[in-house]
Design a protein around this ligand. Structure first.
Ligand code: ZN
Length: 233
């Protein structure tokens, strides 16, 4: 803890900026400014009955998902896109941890920690992990685990193939691209567990769908999904 004058001096040299809007943070603010925190596009999907949750409905008829939550609505060129970019490409792991903690704590306030036993992030392929140095979904999972006060495990799933970028693919192509690339690495961890599967962002849902199917096949008693952000289709 720095003394206040020294902290002010350090912040003159290295201004701490909001990870969402890049404006300087005030004293007492951490990572994301109060203004952004008030204006982020929260989905509040956890407040809806499961049958009325539009995110859960996206998985109907594909894979049985008990709960599906996403903290924020993904809007192009907005604060949320900026945050996710910082998390994924700019080394700002705390974006995942902090937002995961905030949402995890909110879910816990609604008693939802009782719905899960284990938190599992969507894995990166080893080559991608070596390139980036970290898996952004691990950061998000760690945040959710802190907020929900539940255990998480980074190596329950494994990505066996290096998939090509999903961004220019149709829904069917995305599904074909990921359908067979995940496998369970630690089946003993998953037996009879109610798993909360974590990713940074949900676009088509194909990746989460593939992981959920693998988890259920390995003996997980249920799978739910939580992401920091979700895009409209
Ligand atoms: Zn801000």
């Amino acid at each position: 803890m720095l003394l206040a004058p020294l902290a002010d001096f350090v912040s003159l040299l290295f201004p701490r900026v909001c990870l969402a809007c890049e404006e300087p943070l005030a004293r007492g603010e951490d990572h994301i400014c109060t203004g952004c925190r008030a204006q982020l596009p929260y989905t509040d999907y956890h407040l809806l009955p499961p049958a009325e949750n539009p995110l859960a409905r996206r998985f109907w008829g594909k894979v049985p998902v008990t709960h599906a939550f996403s903290y924020l609505r993904f809007l192009r060129r907005g604060r949320v896109q900026h945050l996710l970019h910082q998390l994924k490409y700019r080394g700002q792991r705390q974006v995942g941890v902090v937002l995961g903690e905030w949402y995890g704590a909110e879910l816990r306030q609604h008693g939802l920690h009782e719905a899960f036993d284990l938190i599992v992030p969507v894995p990166l392929h080893a080559r991608k992990l070596a390139q980036r140095g970290y898996n952004q979904s691990d950061c998000v999972a760690e945040g959710f685990a802190n907020g929900l006060q539940l255990p998480w495990h980074a190596h329950a799933l494994r990505r066996t193939e290096h998939t090509s970028s999903q961004t220019r693919k149709t829904r069917l192509e995305r599904w074909q691209n990921v359908a067979t690339v995940f496998e369970v690495a630690a089946p003993e961890l998953l037996a009879s567990q109610r798993v909360l599967l974590i990713d940074d962002v949900l676009t088509t849902g194909a990746t989460l769908e593939a992981c959920a199917a693998v988890l259920l096949a390995a003996g997980a008693s249920s799978v739910s999904i939580a992401t920091l952000a979700c895009a409209d289709r």
